[in-house]
Ligand binder design. Structure first.
Ligand code: ATP
Ligand code: MG
Length: 357
């Protein structure tokens, strides 16, 4: 088979706001590192997001999921703008993609970066990974509103957890911990949430005990865990949490390392039956869009995670080393206390990619 026939195809959804500015940085850096490692990727741009919503009343075409199914991965910038309700972005694009392609793991590495100050007094280096269950739990459509407008008005929202869903998230997190420092912390709230959380605790404990004797499992109440992340973050290695708790913890964990603009994420289908999706943690940041000052590290790092998942771990490590070197040399955007523009950071990373070759 020719190299071109083997070339993996990437669906690119740059989206809105700074998504449009950091995406070229991500593509250029991934392309450069791939070339040095002897392969190329096929990038295909899909113009989905808020403009598509304004024109067609949907964030993506009716057959959007069928289109995406044909790709090896999805590389996303940021979708959403202030005048379109968030719920359209989430339920019209992100959640359907995560569910249709069984991206049941949301993975967020959280690491102190060179030259980037943490807002915390404790300056010990932070190196952890947050594993969020991405397909079920608290993010459910089951429920409703009753007696609208009346004094009796009420709302019910059901959280649904399955043994299969908890087990596969726990297994993924335990495997990760086994390859790191061997410490897995599971977020719970079984003292207050008396049905779903004790079930979560049981299945996580069972899974880890049965398959990963070398992993130390600690179950922590979400409130104490949130405080612990602020007080002594360097004590954590791998965190595993439900959809809602994982969402909150990963933003918190990202914030304590210095900037949301540098944080990457992967929505993974670990079995690789379907495309996984890679996106920076930040949103479209309308307040700074159009100025060329967005930090592209979150997008570039997400590109490294994509390379890893596509089977190119050496290229992924090369790219991470390159942006760390660029940061260490002092090329930083304003959110990191520097003055560099998006393009200047990209250029610095490209230079480091070459010099580390
Ligand atoms: P969304 O609703 O799409 O999530 P948001 O309004 O929540 O967007 P985020 O983009 O998540 O905003 O980020 C919050 C703030 O952090 C932004 O307003 C911006 O000032 C800053 N920020 C986020 N990403 C970056 C980045 N890549 N570079 C620099 N600053 C950023
Ligand atoms: Mg946001």
């Amino acid at each position: 088979m020719s190299a071109a026939a083997q070339r993996q195809r990437i669906a690119v959804i740059a989206g809105d706001g700074i998504g449009l500015e950091v995406m070229p940085a991500g593509i250029d850096c991934v392309t450069a590192v791939a070339r040095l490692h002897g392969f190329t990727l096929g990038w295909e741009h899909l113009e989905w997001g808020s403009d598509h919503y304004r024109a067609h009343g949907r964030m993506m075409p009716v057959d959007g999921l069928e289109t995406l199914a044909g790709y090896d991965a999805i590389f996303l910038g940021a979708v959403g703008v202030p005048d379109i309700p968030d719920v359209q972005t989430l339920w019209g694009l992100l959640i359907p993609i995560r569910r249709a392609f069984e991206q049941y793991i949301n993975l967020r590495p959280v690491k102190t970066l060179p030259g980037v100050a943490s807002p915390l007094a404790d300056s010990a280096p932070i190196d952890m990974v947050v594993v969020r269950e991405n397909n079920e739990g608290e993010y459910s459509e089951i429920g409703g509103r009753m007696y609208r407008g009346l004094e009796e008005e009420s709302a019910v929202q059901e959280a649904v957890f399955t043994r299969r869903g908890i087990r596969r998230a726990a297994r993924f997190a335990a495997e990760l911990a086994a390859g790191r420092r061997g410490l897995l912390t599971s977020a719970t709230k079984s003292n207050g949430i008396v049905h779903t959380m004790p079930f979560w605790d049981e299945v996580v404990a069972e899974t880890v005990r049965a398959g990963f004797p070398q992993v130390r499992l600690r179950s922590e109440l979400i409130d104490a865990l949130a405080a612990g992340l602020v007080l002594h973050p360097h004590r954590y290695d791998v965190l595993v949490a439900s959809n809602l708790f994982g969402d909150i913890l990963s933003d918190l964990a990202g914030a304590i390392t210095g900037s949301i603009g540098s944080a990457p994420s992967a929505n993974l289908n670990p079995e690789r039956r379907h495309p996984s999706m890679f996106e920076p943690v930040h949103g479209s940041a309308p307040d700074i869009a159009g100025q060329g000052i967005a930090n592209p590290i979150g997008q570039i790092w997400s590109g490294a995670m994509m390379l890893d998942a596509l089977g190119y771990p050496a290229a992924a490590a090369h790219l991470v080393a390159a942006f760390e070197a660029a940061l260490a040399a002092g090329t930083r955007t304003r959110d990191l206390g520097g003055t560099a523009l998006t393009e200047q950071v990209t250029a610095a990373v490209l230079t480091e990619i070459d010099s580390l070759a």
